[in-house]
Design a protein around this ligand. Structure first.
Ligand code: GTR
Length: 311
């Protein structure tokens, strides 16, 4: 396998070929508190729900956020993460108690409130609110992570200089693209992000460009599909995406039974990117089991992040 070399910044090349450019020019407008509850174990955290309005060039995007904030006066680092099934579902799927114990706030929103995951969406998402941009849904979700950081920056008890951007699977792809573009992200973490995430295109196995662009044409710029079956001709590969985040921190998670996300290609990508990073600034784990964001993944990501943030 011969990989394109690490070297000059190839962010523009990733934007042109795969994701599209994530535009600037949106401003957080209203952030309206909907409710405040005792969250997790009573007394250890607050749970706040907000309705956010972001002014975009062609109109407003509105979405709901859910924030878990450890009690106390000390500013805490924050994990920003888009979720798959709505904010309330995270109350059972995210290990909030352990996350709070580890000293992190978590700010989340439902990814489809940012951009529908649909090649022919019934109603447009944020991509319909910017004129004349060509960007795929992955780039739109990355935009959503950046808006969560804008929101986190308005909360006194959040240390918004210490931001972990995390995503699972398709949202892991979005977390990586956000990590490349938004320098406020201290640690970028992708969980089983696979093809167009952390995995090398040039290491065969799992999902490939033909499969991903056939099933999910809306995730990328339309011209990306021309590389179906022509992985070797792509001007970039994903170790360069990881390296574009350096010298900031990156953590990649794989699962042994998740062949579709090609754990070996994710690991090789991390190793190929490693020379771009300061010592210990890129981390990786491979755990047993299949495709899911488990408590074990969270805890390993947070352990890595705590070490990174203390440097
Ligand atoms: C799969 C897709 C992957 C991955 C996954 C997910 O169907 O082929 O690229 O993103 O969905 O998001 O769960």
């Amino acid at each position: 396998m011969s990989l394109p070399p690490l070297g000059p910044d190839v962010t523009q090349e990733f934007a042109r070929t795969i994701y599209g450019r994530t535009p600037d020019g949106a401003k957080l407008g209203d952030l309206v508190l909907q409710s405040r509850e005792d969250g997790v174990l009573a007394g250890t955290a607050d749970r706040l729900r907000h309705r956010a309005t972001v002014a975009c060039p062609l109109g407003n995007l509105e979405f709901d956020t859910l924030l878990h904030l450890p009690s106390g006066n000390d500013p805490t680092p924050v994990v920003v993460i888009l979720n798959f099934d709505g904010n309330d579902e995270t109350l059972t799927s995210f290990p909030y108690e352990k996350i709070i114990q580890a000293g992190y706030a978590v700010l989340t929103a439902h990814y489809q409130q940012i951009e529908p995951d649909d090649p022919n969406p019934p109603a447009p998402g944020v991509r319909g609110l910017f004129p004349a941009e060509t960007w795929g849904a992955v780039a739109a979700w990355a935009w959503g992570l950046s808006r969560l950081i804008d929101i986190a920056a308005t909360v006194d008890r959040i240390d918004s200089t210490n931001v972990v951007a995390l995503g699972h699977s398709r949202l892991g792809k979005a977390a990586l693209w956000a990590g490349v573009q938004d320098e406020r992200i201290t640690v970028t973490a992708s969980n089983e992000s696979g093809c167009c995430g952390a995995a090398l295109f040039r290491h065969p196995g799992g999902e490939d460009i033909e499969a991903i662009t056939r099933r999910f044409p809306h995730w990328f710029v339309p011209s990306f599909a021309q590389y179906s079956g022509r992985e070797d001709e792509l001007p970039v590969d994903q170790h360069q995406l990881l390296a574009s985040i350096a010298p900031r921190h990156v953590y990649v998670c794989s699962a042994e039974d998740d062949a579709w996300a090609n754990p070996e290609a994710e690991h090789l990508s991390v190793e190929a990117a490693r020379p771009a990073f300061p010592p210990n600034a890129i981390g990786y784990h491979l755990r047993p089991g299949g495709h899911a964001l488990l408590e074990e993944d969270w805890l390993k990501i947070l352990a890595f992040s705590s070490q990174a943030l203390s440097q």
